[in-house]
Write a protein that binds this ligand. Structure first.
Ligand SMILES: C[S@@+](CC[C@H](N)C(=O)[O-])C[C@H]1O[C@@H](n2cnc3c(N)ncnc32)[C@H](O)[C@@H]1O
Length: 302
């Protein structure tokens, strides 16, 4: 937990933040509307006597009163998918529409890619890519289990991604749910900080910058790119978005999100960020009793 002390100067109620990080996280699932409506899913949970609470910000996200959310009837039938509540935020901010072409650059094991497909009513194309072959099988399994037929799976390094294989040459939207140091997952995974180091942050920050730049390049003018991580480190968040707006044609834009969060930073450790970074969301564990996340929305410009 010691590494979290570096965030004391930027978190409004650091004691509440720290205390929340020490509390285990409850079990959440997302209703898979490709297979069943929210109403049908809630009725099924009631039939099998599993208690639930719908998240205030999104009725498709349920907090379940069971220790084994993967063993319910609704889960076996693909009506629900185990997904951390806050991890359902980036696809909602991406706001994909039926019929669009969407690139999920870092997609495995597929929680967000299948959520994107559901938000598109499974109409259009979701290219779910991941560079790690070992994680691709979980991605394919989840796509099949949840009935997401609009998903096409690829296994490439997103930094050098080629669209030559496709009949189109740009995407409408892209999600970069980047590899990161995972500080914000401490409630789910108490070992998350065991291998923490500033060198690890610096190293993954370079990879994140490369992936986000490629996502912007591959998205059409006027299209949307969402950048997210489950970490608090500004080097992996604001600094990565700052790099993209300096190097590529894009700008940070506002979004609606009906939950509590802090704005993105405009300064960290002597580095200044563009004031538009305040439009990004820093979701801390004490805000909504969730894990931690960073989300920024970009519009691709000419
Ligand atoms: C935070 S996880 C993604 C979780 C996923 N979006 C979900 O919701 O299930 C980050 C992923 O990035 C992948 N990754 C790491 N470096 C990559 C790269 N250069 N190109 C594409 N994927 C990469 C990792 O294998 C990992 O699966």
């Amino acid at each position: 937990m010691e590494p979290l002390e570096r965030y004391r100067p930027i978190i409004d109620d650091f004691d509440a933040f720290f205390e929340a990080c020490e509390r285990p996280l409850g079990n959440a699932v997302r209703v898979n509307t490709i297979k069943a409506s929210v109403e049908r899913t809630l009725a099924a949970l009631e039939r099998e006597d599993v208690g639930y609470e719908q998240a205030d910000w999104n009725p498709r996200v349920l907090r379940l009163e069971t220790d084994s959310p993967g063993s319910t009837w609704t889960s076996f039938h693909g009506f629900t998918h185990g997904q951390e509540e806050v991890s359902a935020v980036p696809p909602v901010v991406l706001d994909p529409r039926p019929g669009e072409r969407v690139w999920d650059c870092c997609a495995a094991p597929g929680g967000k890619a299948t959520q994107i497909a559901a938000l598109m009513d499974d109409e259009g194309t979701v290219v779910a890519n991941d560079s790690n072959l070992g994680r691709i099988s979980a991605l394919r399994f989840n796509a099949e289990r949840l009935g997401a037929t609009s998903l096409a799976v690829t296994n490439e390094d997103a930094r050098n991604y080629s669209l030559q294989r496709f009949s189109f040459d740009e995407f409408d939207r892209a999600l970069v749910d980047a590899p990161c140091t995972c500080e914000g997952t401490i409630r789910k995974n108490p070992d998350a900080l065991d291998n923490w180091s500033e060198d690890a942050i610096a190293s993954v920050s370079g990879i994140q910058k490369g992936i986000l730049r490629r996502a912007v390049q591959a998205t059409r003018e006027g299209g949307t790119v969402v950048y997210s991580t489950c970490t608090f480190a500004p080097e992996e968040n604001e600094a990565v978005v700052q790099h993209a707006i300096e190097e590529e044609d894009c700008r940070v834009v506002d979004f609606d999100l009906d939950m509590e969060y802090a704005p993105g930073l405009t300064e960290w450790d002597g580095q200044e960020f563009d004031s538009s970074l305040e439009k990004a969301a820093r979701i801390y564990p004490h805000h909504n009793d969730t894990g931690g996340f960073f989300v920024a929305k970009l519009e691709v410009t000419a």
